[in-house]
Design a binder for this molecule. Sequence first.
Ligand code: RB5
Length: 144
Amino acid sequence: MFDIAIGSDHAGYDLKQEIIAELKAQNCRVLDVGTDSAAVSCDYPDFAAGVCEHVLKTGGLGILVCGTGIGMSMAANKYEGIRAALCTSEFQGRMTRRHNNANVLCLGARVTGRDLALAIVREFLEAEFEGGRHLTRIQKFARP
Ligand code: RB5
């Protein structure tokens, strides 16, 4: 159904596994770029890189999870062509696809609980970009 790349650091590992299980239960194809453990401290930009490179290569969607979601969103948005959105509500998950054409969803595992996170993922994956005036606006995103 979907082709989704997902990554986390140690703080996001448990939530990442929950999201992967849910996506697989829905027959989504998932690429897990790591990390592989909640117990071993690691650097979130390394996993943002894996997801962003896959999204840029395939034109698909990605999900990144760290403790707050903030570091992952900062790291991901350094990539030209990546529009990463840190979401804490279902509304944001839906609207960032519809209006911003976000291609990477960021979640904070220490901020957002499992059930809400899964609901945000669902909204993000099911919503579609509306184009039109919203395309004009995202085309104005500048990289000085
Ligand atoms: C790890 O302790 C934490 O700093 C990281 O997961 C993330 O929240 C950074 O933005």
